[in-house]
Design a protein around this ligand. Structure first.
Ligand SMILES: [Zn+2]
Length: 678
């Protein structure tokens, strides 16, 4: 172990935090049990955060809030006295999440959020009225007086995704007036504003609307920070958010954190049960993506382990260990466990097996966190940007806030990640840029040219955008015909297809909903374009190219995949084709390649010199992997293998051209291991 790694180990950047629901602290007898329970597992309790309410409905009368704050003051103090180093309050509602318990709660006494369709929320308030701001100020003041170490602002700190038809807010009279002032254009009714936002040439207005949302949240955040810090400037604040798919809120999380003076951040995303275990990969990567390019003021990023609504059988312990491992592997440095709430009397004892599992995994997680500390992800980076929705080009007849923008964030991660290509959450240091759907719309020509001077993998929808922008030539091809049914792909005898020349990939594109853009035939614009696949009908009529590779005048190596680019890539033939062409596109800079067609998912973090890092591997299949060969392109460095069940041991590597290989044996289904490099 070299010096720099030893230094990292001594300041392990891993925090395990536990979110505590009202039912397990409200009654004194149960609270005592909670203290005893957490004391028993002190080694994995770095932090405790109390929820302040049981409901996602915003409004609780202030006299009730005051009583809750009084109780929390005692609970914070008692928990700290029991030895937990960091104890705080998780304020569940700032604006309200959705309509909940409306027959039983006090209705909102101020302006509700109005959706773009005119729907009025029952549980969520407009963020811009003075009445709401005053309520928020008083509420946060009361919780600050409970003397917590920190206060979380939960993820209802948002303008949209408020359920029950209120997906995009707020279009109330106050907000219309504010926006008229901001944009310099008078809008007297919601309908008038929506019509203007839906004009194809309304880009400036749409960007203004998103910017206005950003400013609203910044101003609300600033009010919250002032209220808390007027009581005690030492109380840390933390922001929770929904994921990148909710681009209506612009995903300007660093700006919101700055307004809140937040040092803590919990990225969002939904993964609640074992029903579709592979969703853990998408969520873990997306949470790390949300934290990319954060300023140093944000000192910790906690992944939320969700078990809402807290039923043991919804999520197995193995899933919990796997998903937390992936989150740490992709770039987070803490876990907020949301699994201890109970819905009745005390039954914390049923969580004992889970706590033991986490206790066993902690040294493993610390090894990963220490070894990867400060390192960027390595691999394929899916292009996305903050405030994308505002920058998107609208076509004639499209409705801006009703469109499924399909940034394809989930689909691309699932398709490419599941075949063992290393995916990275971080733009800096990525070996390949992936451009999908209409994301290219949201970048300037200059940014696109920069991307196109490196290795790029793109789909037909991106090619269409580039053609509109006059950049199509840099791809070497243009779309010559588009099918949405009846076509399949055949691999050519290009050497990238190695032993698989002539193999067919049939994704049955009609089966999977809207297939537009899934069967694009490409016309080469240069004799230097290499054709890797051609299209044909189910009835063997032969058409032209659908997958190409081309080195352009900027030196960029561009792969265009016109046929089902983000769907069913799991065959031996397709996987090897992609691996080979990506090796060419990156000049063999992609550091990790797994030889066998096995469901081994690598999450890679590497130093620029590739002499320090981690490769965390998940067997995302139900078969044991008897043997897998991992090729690493980089210097010859010590490699250790570690897992939650075993101690670190040195692995024997075999030198090969540009790097080394290791053999991994008997990898059990749905388990994780990590290689510690350097
Ligand atoms: Zn409003």
């Amino acid at each position: 172990m070299n010096k720099s790694v030893r230094k990292a180990v001594s300041s392990v950047p891993l925090k395990l935090s536990w979110r505590i629901g009202v039912p397990i602290y409200e009654k004194e007898s149960i609270f005592k049990e909670l203290i005893a329970f957490l004391s028993k597992y002190r080694k994995i309790v770095d932090e405790v955060a109390y929820f302040e309410t049981i409901t996602h409905h915003l409004y609780i009368p202030l006299d009730q809030v005051r009583k809750r704050a009084d109780l929390l003051r005692k609970c914070v103090s008692a928990m700290k006295a029991s030895g937990v180093p960091s104890v705080g309050i998780n304020v569940l509602t700032t604006l309200g999440h959705l309509n909940e318990a409306w027959d039983f709660v006090t209705p909102l006494p101020f302006q509700p959020t109005v959706g773009h369709n005119g729907v009025l929320s029952k549980g969520c308030a407009c963020p811009n009225t003075p009445e709401l701001r005053e309520y928020v100020r008083q509420k946060y003041t009361l919780f600050a007086k409970a003397a917590p170490d920190f206060i979380w602002i939960d993820d209802d700190f948002r303008m949209g995704n408020h359920g029950a038809g209120v997906s995009c807010g707020c279009f109330c009279p106050t907000c219309l007036e504010m926006f008229s002032d901001f944009s310099g254009r008078k809008f007297s009714t919601r309908e008038e504003l929506i019509a203007a936002l839906n004009k194809p040439k309304g880009n400036k207005l749409r960007q203004d609307w998103i910017e206005n949302n950003v400013r609203t949240l910044e101003s609300l955040g600033s009010d919250i920070a002032s209220a808390i810090h007027a009581v005690d400037p030492g109380i840390k604040t933390g922001l929770m958010s929904c994921g990148t798919s909710y681009c209506y809120d612009s995903a300007e999380f660093a700006k919101f954190c700055a307004a809140l003076k937040a040092e803590k951040y919990r990225p969002g995303g939904g993964f609640y049960s074992d029903n579709q275990p592979a969703v853990m990969i998408t969520k873990a990567l997306d949470t790390a993506r949300q934290c990319d390019e954060f300023p140093p003021e944000i000192k910790e990023c906690q992944y939320e382990l969700e078990n809402f609504p807290y039923q043991t059988l919804n999520k197995s312990r193995a899933t919990l260990i796997n998903e937390c491992t992936l989150a740490l592997a992709y770039g987070l440095d803490g876990i907020a466990f949301n699994c201890l709430n109970s819905t009745g009397d005390s039954n914390l004892r049923i969580r004992e097996p889970l706590m033991r599992e986490v206790r066993k995994a902690r040294p493993f997680w610390e090894d990963i966190a220490a070894q990867a500390d400060g390192l960027k992800g390595h691999g394929l980076w899916l292009a996305w940007s903050r405030s994308m929705l505002g920058k998107a080009d609208l076509r004639e007849g499209e409705s801006w806030l009703d469109s499924n923008w399909g940034w394809k964030i989930g689909e691309v991660t699932d398709a490419l990640g599941r075949i063992g290509l290393p995916m990275s959450a971080h733009r800096q240091g990525a070996a390949v840029t992936v451009l999908a759907g209409r994301t290219a719309d949201t970048y300037s020509d200059e940014e696109l040219r920069k991307m196109l001077s490196g290795a790029v993998l793109m789909d037909g929808s991106t090619l269409e955008v580039l053609e509109r922008r006059g950049l199509g030539e840099l791809t070497g091809v243009r779309i010559s015909k588009r099918w949405d049914n009846g076509v399949k792909e055949r691999l050519t005898d290009d050497k990238f297809n190695s032993q698989w020349a002539g193999c067919v990939r049939d994704a049955r594109i009609e089966f999977w909903g809207n297939a537009i853009g899934l069967g694009d035939m490409l016309e080469p614009l240069s004799p230097k374009v290499r054709v890797l696949s051609t299209l044909e009908s189910y009835f063997d009529q032969q058409f032209g190219p659908c997958m190409t590779a081309f080195e352009n005048s900027l030196g960029g190596r561009i792969i265009v995949s016109g046929y089902a680019p983000w769907l069913f890539l799991g065959s031996e033939a397709k996987r090897e084709q992609l691996q080979n062409v990506l090796d060419w596109a990156t000049h063999d800079r992609l550091a990790v390649r797994i030889e066998e067609t096995v469901p081994l998912i690598p999450a890679v973090r590497l130093s620029p010199g590739k002499d320090r890092g981690t490769i965390v591997l998940l067997n995302a299949g139900f078969d044991i992997i008897e043997e897998a060969t991992l090729h690493f392109r980089g210097p010859d460095i010590p490699v250790k293998l570690v897992s939650p069940d075993s101690k670190k041991r040195q692995l024997k590597t075999v030198r090969e051209k540009n790097g080394w290989t290791v053999k991994l044996k008997d990898f059990a289904p749905w388990t994780v291991k990590a290689l510690l490099l350097g």
